[in-house]
Write a protein that binds this ligand. Structure first.
Ligand SMILES: Nc1ncnc2c1ncn2[C@@H]1O[C@H](COP(=O)(O)OP(=O)(O)O)[C@@H](O)[C@H]1O
Ligand SMILES: [Mg+2]
Length: 501
């Protein structure tokens, strides 16, 4: 721990705080123009670009701009982030709802969001979301004999998708009405929508189609994810709905110079800035390069920059090459987890107890590799760091860490609030830990529930895991059951009869 403290430093790889945001003047003007029209007609804009290009930072800055406008202090900004654990039904939308509830409790928005009808709309939407998720969301997780994990699933009345959409739409309409009456705009921000499941995307699409006046909806979407990426699917939807798009590209010279000055307090000459702009100019790469120069005590000259860039395959590699051992060990131990990481699970993964857990949460942010989320959980500061780390794990390490993760979830269950998150994480870790007995049972069971919920993508992914697990177990009867379930779901996914849209 002490060693870690000495090594603390470096500018964080988390999205830029709005006060340190640099450049992107044109993009900000585009966003500002869209914002100014939102009072009359609800507006949707997507911020797109490859990983590390600055989408989340621009979204943060947009939130700031909304509130810095004249009267903007009275404009609520709701923000949520999508994470990549498939099957987290409407979790980002539910986060938005929580944000709205918090806003209406704060004195600043009290007068605007105080209306009884607003409160009623929040309550209703919350209730409908909950009921919709109930068939797959266990009300309690009980450790059974032999450490088997069983979820007690709620048997509440079925609530279909239409009611979810209607409730959320009504909520936005109510919010928009309040905004219009007072001449304000509410901003609804969603980060990393390319990770959303088909369910969430459907809700997003329907919301966009009929966005009420007084609402600005902005979301980010990552491009360059290879074939079958969320963006490719979304592109068509974006086109069909006429959503405006702000595409981010590498930074230009003057923006790079501003970044050096503002965030690292170094001045970059034209030659050095030119080299950086040519070698992609993506902000994540720039951050990695400036941090590396600082770590090695080098001046930001063209030659030094060329050396630093030549010394690594990619920016994430550059970051890891300079990482002090104890921080590196933490990143390795945590990279198999699905964000958001709950504190008890992190502590268990790192084998820390008592006062060391508090120390851990302090150190997590100081080393620039992790960020704290609004709900108190943690994530890697940037997804590229986690991806790099996972990619570098040996096969044996991956299996062992997943086994530890499964254990940690089983042991922390009673302290974790996110029930669906726990269940899906367990199903994932058990599978990758090659604990095929438990993995078959759990994946098959929740796969079936997602199938009944009409989330066939998630159902298929889970059931395919069960098929593989049963095969590895050599249990023919179980394999037949899993394959039957898989074939049933496949018919729904690719069959001629699709569920009504
Ligand atoms: N305009 C900017 N000004 C200052 N720092 C930025 C800017 N854009 C991105 N960064 C930094 O670059 C890194 C990647 O940015 P991020 O917004 O997370 O990218 P993305 O969301 O597209 O992956 C982060 O460390 C962030 O702080
Ligand atoms: Mg991002």
């Amino acid at each position: 721990m002490d060693e870690m403290q000495q090594q603390a430093g470096g500018v964080s790889y988390a999205p830029s705080p709005p006060e340190e945001f640099c450049g992107r003047q044109e993009e900000l003007e585009q966003l500002s123009a869209i914002l100014s029209q939102a009072g009359e007609h609800g507006q949707t804009v997507v911020i797109s670009g490859p990983p590390g290009i600055g989408k989340s930072s621009l979204l943060n800055r947009l939130a700031y701009e909304v509130q810095e406008r004249p009267g903007g202090r009275q404009s609520p900004v709701l923000r949520a982030e999508v994470f990549d654990l498939p099957g987290m039904i409407f979790s980002a939308f539910r986060e938005l709802l929580n944000d709205l509830r918090r806003s209406s409790a704060s004195a600043r928005f009290g007068s605007i969001l105080d209306a009884e009808s607003m409160k009623e709309a929040i309550r209703y939407a919350d209730d409908v979301f909950e009921k919709y998720a109930a068939p797959v969301e266990p009300v309690g997780l009980l450790p059974k004999a032999g450490e088997e994990i069983v979820g007690v699933f709620a048997r509440s009345p079925e609530v279909g998708y239409d009611r979810v959409y209607q409730a959320f739409e009504e909520l936005l309409r109510e919010l928009g009405r309040e905004m219009s009456m007072t001449g304000h705009v509410a901003a609804v921000l969603l980060d990393d929508v390319h990770l959303a499941s088909s369910h969430d995307r459907r809700l997003l699409r329907d919301v966009v189609r009929d966005l009420p006046p007084g609402i600005l909806l902005a979301f980010t979407c990552r491009t360059e994810d290879g074939a079958g990426s969320g963006y490719v699917t979304m592109q068509e939807e974006i086109r069909d709905l006429g959503i405006r798009e702000v595409q981010l590209h590498g930074m230009q010279r003057h923006e790079i110079q501003e970044l050096g000055e503002r965030r690292f307090h170094v001045s970059i000459d034209d030659a050095a800035a030119g080299l950086l702009a040519e070698s992609s100019g993506d902000p994540f790469g720039l951050m990695a390069c400036f941090n590396a120069l600082r770590n090695r005590g080098l001046a930001p000259s063209r030659e030094n920059i060329a050396d630093v860039i030549a010394g690594a395959n990619d920016p994430a590699g550059l970051v890891f090459a300079a990482l002090p051992e104890p921080v590196k060990a933490w990143t390795e131990d945590l990279c198999v987890l699905n964000p958001p990481f709950p504190v008890p699970v992190m502590a268990c993964m790192l084998d820390l107890q008592g006062a060391d857990v508090t120390l851990m949460t302090d150190r997590m942010q100081e080393n620039g590799m992790f960020r704290r989320l609004p709900g108190g959980e943690y994530a890697f500061a940037h997804p590229l760091l986690q991806e790099h780390c996972r990619h570098d794990l040996s096969e044996d390490a991956r299996v062992a860490l997943n086994a530890r993760a499964a254990d940690c979830f089983e042991h922390s269950i009673h302290r974790l609030p996110g029930r669906l998150y726990v269940l899906l994480s367990l199903a994932d870790h058990l599978f990758h830990a090659r604990e095929y007995g438990k993995a078959t049972d759990l994946n098959l069971e929740i796969g079936l529930r997602f199938h009944h919920r009409d989330d066939h993508d998630t159902a298929l992914m889970l059931t395919e895991r069960a098929v593989v697990s049963a095969g590895r177990l050599g249990d023919d009867a179980l394999l037949a059951v899993a394959e039957r379930q898989r074939d049933l779901i496949r018919q729904k996914v690719s069959g001629p009869v699709r569920p009504a849209q």
